[in-house]
Design a protein around this ligand. Structure first.
Ligand SMILES: [Zn+2]
Ligand SMILES: [Zn+2]
Length: 347
């Protein structure tokens, strides 16, 4: 089969090549990938050389079952599925702490096991979620980033009367806006720099979208007089955590979703005196993934509107390079079948 493999010495950091087709182990099925989202974490890993030669990345995917291995009961060839890339044994300390991405007893597809930038992937059957008949198969690729957002919103512990800031409106921030809408939050404010992404934030349901190049979040709060019950920090911008802590109402929580090695200065006076919370959110639990599939397939959240481009496997190495400076690009999908089908009919 064709796959995009990591090639740290290649100019683009990845290359399209032929690799052996996966064969299902007991308890696994083979999924033909319909679409896989190109994730910023993969883009950064490739850009900074944190990949292994021959590794197949890609963890936001779905497709059809094409082969059912022994002991993989309950699945049939042709079934449309969304793939939860995070295996979880359910018994280890990491799993009990609801941190399945730290579980070492199960595969993490696209990280520790081959992922979705390929025609086929072997997937443990317990990491599949069935897509309902009639739902576009491509929607399976939307569940993973929405699951990340649902986990972050759960950690923010917000409800209908609350006001929440989504700081940074890239793919995860935009999914967070959907997740907050789904949670019935009264007021959702987005903040971002790129005009295209801010437009997408308004379309996703943000009540107000701040252009942080023109007005800071602090200035906005000083003007309106309303602090936030929670901030979802999805920007990794310098100073964003400090600013987020400054604009929280007493008892509010800052959920840091953007994965960054940068240090932040946290004001401890308000942290203690106003009972603020500061928590990191990484990945999601199995229940978040199942909930994400339900939200996506209900059709209530227009997650498909976030797609900026669909590319074939052949164009994927170039797209992964372009996403290093995304500008207005929000989400790019690799669609392995597009190589043989020709250009994207949707334009
Ligand atoms: Zn991702
Ligand atoms: Zn575990």
């Amino acid at each position: 089969m064709k796959a995009v493999v990591c090639a740290p010495d290649a100019p683009e950091g990845t290359a399209v090549t032929d690799v052996p087709d996966p064969a299902p182990e007991p308890g696994e099925v083979v999924v033909e990938v319909n679409a896989c989202g190109l994730c910023g974490s993969d883009v950064h890993a490739i850009e900074h050389g944190r990949t292994v030669e021959g590794q197949i990345l890609g963890h936001e995917f779905g497709g059809h079952v094409v082969e059912v291995g022994p002991e993989a009961r309950g699945w049939r060839v042709g079934q449309a599925v969304a793939v939860n890339p995070l295996g979880a044994c359910g018994r280890c300390r990491a799993c009990r702490k609801e941190l399945p991405f730290r579980c070492t007893a199960a595969p993490n597809l696209g990280i520790t096991a081959p992922g979705g930038y390929a025609e086929y992937v072997a997937v443990p059957a317990d990491q599949l979620v069935a897509m309902p008949d009639g739902a576009p198969v491509e929607w399976g690729a939307h569940a993973e980033p929405l699951a990340v957002a649902l986990r972050a919103v759960a950690l923010a512990a917000v409800g209908p009367a609350d006001s929440v800031l989504v700081y940074g409106v890239g793919a995860i921030g935009l999914n967070a806006i959907f997740a907050l809408r789904a949670a019935g939050v009264e007021s959702v404010v987005g903040a971002g720099r790129s005009p295209g992404r801010r437009h997408a934030a308004a379309a996703a349901g943000a009540d107000i979208v701040l252009d942080t190049r023109a007005v800071s979040v602090r200035e906005h709060v000083a003007r309106t007089g309303r602090r936030f019950d929670a901030v979802l920090e999805c920007s990794a911008a310098e100073g964003a955590v400090e600013e987020s802590m400054d604009v929280l109402a007493p008892g509010g929580t800052c959920v840091v979703v953007a994965l960054t090695s940068a240090a932040a200065k946290v004001p401890l006076g308000p942290l203690v005196g106003e009972g603020l919370g500061l928590v990191g959110s990484c990945a999601f639990r199995p229940i978040d993934f199942t909930a994400a599939v339900a939200h996506v397939t209900s059709g209530r959240l227009p997650v498909a509107d976030l797609i900026s481009e669909r590319v074939g496997l052949q164009e994927t190495p170039d797209a992964l390079v372009r996403l290093r400076r995304p500008g207005d690009l929000v989400r790019v999908l690799t669609v392995p079948g597009a190589d043989s089908r020709g250009p994207d009919p949707a334009g």
